[in-house]
Design a protein. Structure first.
Lengths: 340, 361
């Protein structure tokens, strides 16, 4: 193990410089060595995440310039933000378009809720994570049992999680494509969908939800399964002897013990759901169901060169997600050992 | 209410030594509903010794399979749970697998007959799986995807190994804040990084001039590998931190005493001993990168020769004038195969990796 580590060298030139580096590294204190090891990771993060984030913020304070060589104009403060919030932008979708009114229900929607990026994104996150948690729990309870062929059932249940987003979108696009799929006929027969669900915001929103639930339930199931398998089995024996019914065993033992794992899994999924873009783009299209990320891309490539506005929307997207996650963490901080 | 109760009541018809009285009583006690439909019949038959075997058979037939099942279930609730379990398991298997099956049916249907496909294809055209490669250079897109995913995985594993070692095995001031900083990155939507990165990758850099015609990173693997690696690195760091922290200090100390350098100890002791953890982080990163949409979609112009990954290939069958639905479906199936195989081979690693990563955080 120690033969080729620098002592006793045959190729002097290379080894000597190598030795210098090694010796220097050996001489570092533990803390200095740790920082040295962290440099690559933080360089990458700085280059890809921290610097762009800062730049996005700076850009969002600058004027849109639709003509000329320069893409951004002078400093305009929060004007871009105000414009986005008041719906005063040249964009197909609105970030949020509500105004207060005197009559019930006290708010006016400029455009329907499902054409407003903020509500689409929040609604999508809350509803999809709710169903994914419920179904994921069901799947996890099944995978927690001992039965023959469990390995293959587990493969089948994980499989949707591993499907590329574009293929997930494609499957549901084809299912509800009126010419090819039977989804439209089925849903129309049930009286739930209109004739062209891919072009109708409400129907398309449901399609995106179903597609996301199909894929991400597996992820929830795996994380919940991990929680289930760490529960001490003897607790169930004790409960059984004490005469607890299966429901009581679930409510009083399983649920409290896996709650931390469950909340972490929900946090992850919520963050992910609020960034939704690829699924929408590859299935129903961003014009039908505008999410926050959709809006950023639209503003960026919409052809009108409103980069300042695009940056403002991007930064607001990050803020909305940050705010939502903070509220989530604050709400559940006190629950059982918590996270962080 | 154990299964034994049930067996007892079943038996009591056959021996016939027991008097009608006691048989009836025992039967009733164990299952009040059992003799209700054929009221006094069973006792009277029991009385004439020889017919008892037949009587048992008759009673079973009378009740039919469903009510018999209900009877048993009432005596033994465990049966209901098992049945519920099977129903739920089959339901979930159906919902997860049916979309794949249906996709295969669409792919097998000849192009002109794509209509109302539910359980069977309209016709049989396996040639679609060949046409996929003739219409577009789909193999090229797949190759690009593999290169991007492999390069990102290697980059992530190397950088995350160094960081995971620092976080998992060393003590230094500012450890927790730095870990949180890494975590915070995964909170932000890619959209928040995207605009400046897009600018940056479209800016010509002189050193790249000889390599790229216009000297920009746009349309190169680098434009995708770097952001994608940064996005998926936090998860790998957390998985590796967990695994590296579990290696006993003694093993590393022994190697150091023998004269191994610090980095040597990491690469010759810690990483080999945590091979399962490294494999896990690698598999998860590979799948995540292969599946990524945002940067893969926006950092190239979608041409196979410009390093566009499979997602552009699949969307490519959606031409301006016609959409080749069956080829889209066939391409999707081909695109899923590599990850499906990876899931089958490495399912244990995936499960343990997601678990370790999530529970740690």
């Amino acid at each position: 193990m120690s033969s080729d580590t620098g002592i006793g060298s045959e190729t002097p030139e290379r080894e000597r410089t190598g030795n210098a580096v090694v010796n220097w590294m050996e001489g570092l204190s533990e803390a200095a060595y740790a920082y040295l090891l962290l440099i690559p990771a933080f360089l990458l993060l700085a280059f890809i995440a921290f610097y762009p984030l800062l730049m996005t913020f700076v850009m969002s304070l600058q004027e849109d310039r639709t003509r000329g060589a320069e893409t951004l104009g002078g400093f305009v403060g929060v004007e871009n933000y105000v414009n986005v919030l008041t719906g005063d932008v040249r964009l197909a979708q609105q970030f949020m378009d509500v105004s207060l009114s005197a009559s019930f229900p006290f708010v006016d929607f400029g455009v329907p809720l499902l054409q407003q990026a903020l509500f689409v994104t929040l609604g999508f996150a809350v509803i999809s994570v709710f169903f994914e948690t419920v179904f994921g729990f069901g799947q996890a309870l099944i995978l927690d049992q001992e039965f023959r062929g469990r390995r293959w059932v587990r493969v089948a249940i994980i499989l949707p999680w591993a499907v590329p987003i574009v293929i997930q979108g494609m499957i549901f696009f084809l299912l509800f494509q009126p010419e090819v799929g039977f989804g439209t006929d089925l849903m129309q027969w049930l009286g739930l969908f209109g004739p062209n669900p891919l072009a109708d915001s409400g129907d398309a929103f449901v399609i995106v939800l179903v597609a996301d639930i199909w894929k991400s339930t597996a992820f929830m199931a795996l994380l919940i399964l991990a929680g289930l398998q760490s529960v001490d089995r003897s607790l169930y024996d004790v409960a059984r002897v004490a005469g607890a019914s299966p429901w009581q065993r679930f409510k009083l033992i399983t649920l409290p013990l896996i709650l931390p794992a469950l909340l972490v899994a929900m946090l992850f999924r919520t963050m992910d759901a609020m960034r939704v873009y690829g699924l929408i783009e590859s299935s129903v299209g961003c014009t039908t169901v505008p999410s926050l990320t959709c809006m950023v891309v639209e503003a960026m490539f919409g052809g009108t060169r409103i980069f300042g506005t695009a940056a403002a929307v991007a930064f607001m997207t990050a803020l909305v997600i940050g705010l939502f996650i903070s509220v989530y963490i604050a709400l559940f901080r006190d629950t059982e050992a918590g996270f962080y | 209410m154990s299964p034994n109760d049930y067996d007892e009541t079943r038996d009591d018809g056959t021996p016939s030594e027991s008097s009608d009285e006691s048989a009836n009583v025992r039967g009733n006690r164990a299952d009040p509903r059992r003799h209700l439909p054929d009221g006094g019949r069973a006792p009277s038959r029991l009385a004439d010794g020889g017919a008892t075997l037949g009587a048992g058979g008759d009673a079973e037939l009378d009740r039919g399979p469903f009510s018999r099942w209900v009877d048993r279930s009432i005596q033994n609730p465990q049966r209901v749970y098992r049945a519920m379990f099977y129903v739920a398991a089959i339901f979930f298997l159906f919902t997860t697998l049916f979309p794949f099956y249906w996709l295969l049916m669409v792919a097998l249907t000849p192009e002109g007959q794509l209509r109302d496909i539910v359980f069977t294809p309209n016709g049989f055209n396996p040639g679609a799986f060949v046409e996929v490669f003739q219409t577009l250079p789909f193999h090229w897109y797949m190759f690009n995807s593999f290169v991007i995913a492999t390069a990102s995985t290697v980059l992530v594993l190397v950088i995350a190994s160094l960081a995971g070692y620092a976080f998992g095995r060393l003590e230094f001031p500012g450890k927790t804040p730095l870990m949180l900083l890494v975590l915070v990155v995964s909170f932000f939507p890619p959209a928040a990084f995207f605009i400046p990165l897009n600018d940056l990758f479209n800016t010509p850099v002189e050193i790249l001039e000889p390599v790229m015609s216009d000297g920009t990173l746009y349309n190169t693997p680098g434009a995708m590998v770097m952001p994608i690696s940064a996005i998926f690195m936090p998860l790998a760091i957390f998985i590796l931190t967990t695994f590296y922290a579990q290696i006993p200090d003694g093993l590393e100390d022994a190697a150091r005493v023998e004269g191994t350098t610090r980095l040597g100890a990491l690469f010759r002791v810690i990483i080999p001993l945590s091979a399962p953890g490294v494999a896990t982080a690698g598999v998860l990163t590979f799948i995540a990168v292969y599946n990524e949409f945002f940067f893969s979609f926006l950092m190239t112009d979608g041409e196979a020769e410009n390093w566009a990954p499979i997602l552009d290939g699949i969307l490519g069958y959606q031409g301006q004038y016609e959409i080749l639905f069956n080829l889209m479906a066939a391409a999707s199936i081909i695109g899923v195969l590599p990850v499906a195989i990876l899931v089958i081979v490495a399912q244990e690693k995936i499960v343990s990796g997601l678990t370790a990563g999530a529970l740690k955080e």
